[in-house]
Design a protein around this ligand. Structure first.
Ligand SMILES: CC(C)(COP(=O)(O)OP(=O)(O)OC[C@H]1O[C@@H](n2cnc3c(N)ncnc32)[C@H](O)[C@@H]1OP(=O)(O)O)[C@@H](O)C(=O)NCCC(=O)NCCS
Length: 174
C-alpha cells in the first residue's frame, strides 16, 4: 500500500475529515461516550494520511498557551486521532502521531505535548512514550470553566512535561 502524508492548516474539519470522524465515531456511538457532549476546539493543523487519494488516518494538532499550577506553558495538543476501520493495524496512526510530535518539536516553543484518550487507548499511547498526567485538567465550555475529566490526559516530554498539579487549558479542550 502506498501512502501520502501531508500536514495542512486546520480550522473546521473539511468534508473528508468529517466523513472519517462519522465513520469512526457514528452519532449513536458518540452519544454513549463520556465525552460525546463536549465541545472541542478546531485543530490548528491536521496530519492527513491518504491511500489512493482516500483519507485513511487523521491526527489534529493544537497549539495552546495553558497554565500549569498558574504558570504559563506552551502545550502542543494532539487530538482527533482516527484511522479508517479498514486500514487499522498497519502503522498509520503511529506514522501520523510521529509526524505530529515532530511538528511540535520543530516549533521549539512547545514545552510538552498533551492528548486526551479513552482508557482503552492508554496502552496504545503508553507504548509510544506518552505518560499519564495524574493531576486535574480544567477547560472552557460554552457554559463556563469546567473540570475536564471525561478522558485520560497523557503527556509527552518535549522540553519538559508536567505529571501532576493543575493544568488549565485556557480554552476549549481537544
Ligand atoms: C487507536 C487507533 C487510532 C490506532 O490506529 P492504527 O492506525 O490501527 O494504529 P497503528 O497501526 O499505528 O498501531 C497499531 C498498534 O497499536 C496497537 N493498538 C491499537 N489500539 C490499541 C489499544 N487500544 N491499546 C493497545 N494497543 C493498541 C495494535 O495492536 C498495534 O500494535 P502493533 O504495532 O504492535 O501491531 C485506531 O484503532 C482508531 O481509529 N480507533 C478508533 C478511534 C480512537 O479510539 N482514536 C483514539 C482517540 S484518543
Amino acid at each position: 500500500m502506498s501512502i501520502e502524508i501531508e500536514i495542512l492548516t486546520g480550522g473546521a474539519a473539511p468534508p473528508a475529515v468529517a466523513q472519517l470522524f462519522d465513520l469512526v465515531w457514528p452519532d449513536d456511538v458518540l452519544r454513549q461516550l463520556p465525552w460525546g457532549h463536549i465541545v472541542f476546539a478546531d485543530a490548528d493543523l491536521r496530519v492527513l494520511v491518504e491511500s489512493d487519494e482516500q483519507l485513511v488516518c487523521h491526527v489534529g494538532i493544537f497549539r495552546r498557551d495553558v497554565t500549569w499550577n498558574g504558570r504559563k506553558l506552551r502545550a502542543g495538543g494532539i487530538g482527533g486521532v482516527a484511522t479508517h476501520p479498514d486500514f487499522r493495524g498497519r502503522g498509520l496512526a503511529s506514522v501520523a502521531l510521529n509526524a505530529a510530535v515532530q511538528t511540535l518539536k520543530d516549533e521549539r516553543a512547545t514545552d510538552f505535548a498533551l492528548l486526551f484518550c479513552d482508557p482503552h487507548n492508554e496502552a496504545f499511547y503508553a507504548s509510544r512514550g506518552w505518560k499519564r498526567f495524574m493531576g486535574e485538567v480544567w477547560a472552557e465550555q460554552p457554559g463556563g470553566r469546567v473540570r475536564f475529566d471525561a478522558m485520560l490526559p497523557m503527556v509527552f516530554h518535549l522540553k519538559r512535561a508536567p505529571h501532576e498539579g493543575e493544568i488549565d487549558l485556557c480554552g476549549l479542550p481537544w
